[in-house]
Design a protein around this ligand. Structure first.
Ligand code: SF4
Length: 237
């Protein structure tokens, strides 16, 4: 994912193809897996050595996680056969689903995907979790343990790749005539996991997340970039 729009356009077309694949068990999982794999391959390896993030470090997993519906279907596919996790998701959604970002942080409720300080859906974690990294543990402790004003230092490359990945996914959803709204993770998962054939119905155009509050739309600059990218790709879809 660089400045040349043609490779990004090719990835957008591929994501659309995956979303429209009728034979797949979970087209959304395949589409999001492609984007997250691209994310992982796009962050320069040298950046990883700068990070303070380590296995079993989960201080930041009390934050609100915001995701698109396809990301939620990908997570749901990982936990569908884990009744305890599903019960925890429903419980955390009930406790925190309507809180603001700041209130969610102050509630200090851990993500229900965590077990023994490890993310049990690590490979399928939402893009926001992929992109949330830090180069300084003390800043994380200040923000998430002592609840001081968050000031987490992140490498610019990680931020750029996160924006590009989100842009790519949102442009693909629009071009595939699918909803591009974003939701609080546990609330979206609760709705998905308690509905029959949720993903198939959503892909067919039914708004099975209609009862879940949507989060803020992308900021104008980001929105402009998504529109331009979608317009660039549209003639070839
Ligand atoms: S999904 Fe995983 S990485 Fe994201 S907040 Fe939950 S435990 Fe942490």
């Amino acid at each position: 994912m660089g400045t040349d729009p043609r490779p990004v356009a090719a990835h957008i077309r591929h994501v659309i193809k995956l979303l429209r694949s009728p034979q797949a068990d979970s087209p959304c999982s395949d589409a999001v897996a492609h984007v997250t794999d691209l994310f992982d391959r796009s962050v320069p390896p040298a950046q990883q050595t700068l990070l303070a993030c380590r296995k079993s470090c989960s201080h930041c997993c009390t934050q609100m996680v915001v995701l698109t519906a396809p990301e939620a279907f990908f997570v749901a596919a990982q936990i569908r056969k884990r009744p305890k996790t599903i019960a925890a998701v429903v419980d955390v959604a009930r406790q925190t689903g309507t809180l603001s970002l700041e209130e969610r942080l102050r509630a200090k409720v851990m993500c229900p995907m965590l077990e023994a300080a490890l993310c049990t859906i690590y490979a399928a974690r939402p893009l926001g979790c992929h992109g949330f990294v830090s180069t300084n543990l003390n800043s994380c402790l200040a923000a998430f343990e002592r609840l001081e004003t968050p000031d987490i230092p992140m490498p610019q490359d990680n931020i750029s790749v996160l924006y590009a990945s989100r842009m790519l996914l949102l442009a693909a959803l629009r071009l595939a005539d699918l909803r591009d709204s974003t939701y609080e993770m546990n609330s979206a998962l609760s709705a998905i996991l308690t509905a029959d054939n949720a993903e198939q119905r959503w892909l067919a155009g039914e708004d099975i997340l209609a009862g879940v509050k949507t989060e803020a739309a992308p900021p104008p600059q980001f929105e402009d970039a998504i529109r331009k990218m979608a317009a660039f790709v549209a003639p070839t879809v």
